[in-house]
Design a binder for this molecule. Structure first.
Ligand code: TYD
Length: 229
């Protein structure tokens, strides 16, 4: 039997680190193979769209929020058809997704304020109604996370973080450049999804030590997936 796990959360909440730790743990302690997928990406089309969707865009090259939604969804549909579906048919495999459909609801629905009914419909089409067995939401106040990202980038910390943070992060990307209010809406979105999807979604406080977070994730996975030590 195969399983599908996704990781969600705002910028800098440590999803990739936790995915790496989880993969090593699964490989060491079981006969399951792991397949890590990244959104947008993993397929030929997805990789191309990733570059486009993450690029800093000057105003004259920007795309509309609706186009952005459709491009993320096109990448997802491709990923589901070419990677997720065929792999879910293999035995003893765990697919671990670095973001999936909840990112669209949180970022395009709540962050960009696109019509939630439309997002729900497009999400159904793009996922082909394939949802994860388990989703970990790494949750944090975006102000705390951005402070961490800025410290990591080795720039001199501005004292008025709220208003200047975007400009002061080295190598910023499109979504990180959005104002803090955008990221707060994204967090609110995730917490709303949590309420309506509590059967598959687990919230974890991302401000804890990474060892504690990985143990919490492992505990939950062992309770849900058989034959893990
Ligand atoms: P990525 O480098 O994967 O960010 P992170 O390390 O935070 O996961 O970049 C993906 C960006 O795209 C991220 O800022 C969230 C955004 N995104 C959406 O807005 N909608 C989506 O449907 C997905 C999958 C991602």
């Amino acid at each position: 039997m195969s399983y599908f796990i996704s990781f969600e959360g705002g910028e800098g909440t440590g999803k990739s680190t936790q995915i790496k730790i989880l993969k090593e743990r699964i490989c060491k302690t079981s006969n399951y193979q792991c397949l890590i997928i990244q959104e947008p990406g993993t397929t030929n089309l997805g990789d191309k769209l990733r570059v486009l969707l993450k690029k800093e865009t000057s105003p004259d090259h920007s795309i509309t929020y609706l186009s952005e939604l459709l491009l993320f969804s096109a990448a997802r549909s491709e990923l589901v058809t070419k990677v997720i579906k065929p792999n879910l048919e293999k035995p003893n495999l765990i697919i671990i997704a670095d973001r999936y459909v909840d990112s669209t609801t949180a970022y395009q629905g709540f962050g960009r304020k696109l019509e939630l009914n439309q997002i729900e419909l497009i999400n159904k089409i793009a996922t082909h109604m394939i949802y994860p067995d388990l989703t970990f939401l790494l949750d944090s106040d975006p102000e705390v996370m951005f402070q961490r990202i800025i410290s990591k980038s080795e720039t001199n910390l501005p004292s008025n973080l709220n208003t200047r943070m975007r400009k002061d992060i080295k190598g910023t990307r499109k979504f990180e450049e959005e104002p803090i209010e955008f990221h707060k809406r994204v967090r609110t979105g995730y917490l709303k999804i949590l309420k309506s999807s509590s059967e598959r979604m687990v919230k974890i406080n991302a401000n804890q030590d990474k060892g504690i977070i990985s143990d919490l994730i492992w505990q939950k996975i062992r309770n849900n997936i058989p034959n893990l030590k």
